[in-house]
Design a protein around this ligand. Structure first.
Ligand code: HEC
Length: 109
């Protein structure tokens, strides 16, 4: 009888710790990798460019110019300026993906 109580107790404790561990793991923000375009955009770019890439995104520039700006940055007339992301580990292909992602965001109402 006592043994059964201990077994049930151990099982319940393990279950509680499991639930807590899952809760902590899912609430801690993950470090965003530039390869995860949408998540990285949300965590690093959205504060300046907006959810729909509606801010500071001049689509009359060519794709090459846009990619270049993502990689090297751009001085705006007044701060905040566009940071260069090449030095943060963003590759040319990833920069292309950001530009495509931003165009898509801007195009979807
Ligand atoms: C601190 C604010 C800030 C952050 C963060 C930021 N940008 Fe910018 N971005 C700017 C500014 C300012 C410009 C230049 C706008 C201008 O010419 O006045 C710009 C320009 C651009 C352009 C060229 C379009 C244009 O109109 O010049 C692209 C593309 C771009 N950003 C993509 C990104 C991406 C992708 C990220 C995230 C990886 C990002 N930006 C993060 C502020 C920011």
């Amino acid at each position: 009888m006592k043994l059964r109580a201990i077994t049930v107790g151990t099982f319940a404790t393990a279950l509680i710790f499991g639930v807590i561990a899952i809760a902590i793991a899912s609430s801690t923000p993950k470090v965003q990798e530039p390869s995860d375009t949408a998540a990285y955009y949300k965590s690093k770019c959205v504060m300046c460019h907006g959810k729909k890439a509606e801010k500071k995104f001049d689509t009359t520039l060519s794709d090459e110019q846009l990619v270049e700006i993502v990689l090297k940055g751009k001085k705006a007339e007044k701060p905040p300026h566009m940071p260069g992301y090449a030095e943060k580990g963003v590759t040319a292909d990833q920069a292309k993906a950001f530009v495509a992602h931003m165009k898509q965001l801007k195009a979807t109402p």
